[in-house]
Design a protein around this ligand. Sequence first.
Ligand code: THG
Length: 287
Amino acid sequence: MHTTVSSADKTLTIGSDQPFCIIGERINPTGRKTFQEQLRAGDLSAVEKDVADQIAGGAMMLDVNMGAPLVDEAALLAEAVRLIQRLTDVPLCIDSSIVEALEAGLAAYEGKALVNSVTAEDERMEMILPLVKQYGAAVIALPNDDKEIPEDPQRRFELTEYIVEKATGTYGIPIEDIVIDPLAMPIGADSQMVVRTLETIHLIADRIGVNMTLGASNVSFGMPDRHTLNSVFLPMAMGAGLTSAIMDARTPSIVTAVKAGDLMLGNDEWGMAWISAHRAREAAQGT
Ligand code: THG
């Protein structure tokens, strides 16, 4: 199954026979005090550096989230989307929990965006999926309902089936435009957290075959040496069937782990990408 997203002049394909889709997580004020203050003052200059660094690091898409306290998130998200489109041609993932912000971001976007996100709650689907359809976008869907973020992989799978049925049947969204987030949560909170995510990925990959993405850095929240944990988690999730992640694209060890995963999983023919990335690093060191 292939999910395509695009910018005004670039198309990107997500799928299990494609190199893993690296979505840069950095354009997000959560946990960044200075960036939040800048956004409140209408200053988007930090975004320029975050775009450049993530593209240099290997981001193939960028997640754009402007959810800071006391900002007009819809206006800010639209402005950020317009700015980022001038800076790069990688497709964007428009990230907000506020429907008006998603709509403003979509209206400002030229191309086929990935909307982040909808849940299995009927009211959320009612608000968000018609927008996804109207703009011809793809959408990330999280298998949680109004009651809970389920622990049980089987329950996450059932909610995934429910979303897929609703999105395709009721809202007319093609199944390939649905990207499921199997819910990555901090390993520090519970040692079984990642096992549940991996089992969910297996179930969805085996029985539905839709593309999947998740917030990979969530896994290492609160733990020391987050980079090592993220670098180990990602190839494990790839082996289970994950085809994309919103992740730290600025850290070479994490991106390299993903590229090694591509090679191991048969998505880097002759190791061409692996070898040329190695040569580029050597050349950069030599100068
Ligand atoms: N699923 C989906 N979308 C998501 C998430 C998800 N969007 C938001 C988030 N989770 C993914 N994005 C991030 C962005 C940053 C970090 C983690 C996830 C992060 N930042 C560091 C921190 O907070 O410690 C660094 C901040 C800083 O530089 O100071 O870890 O799960 N669909």
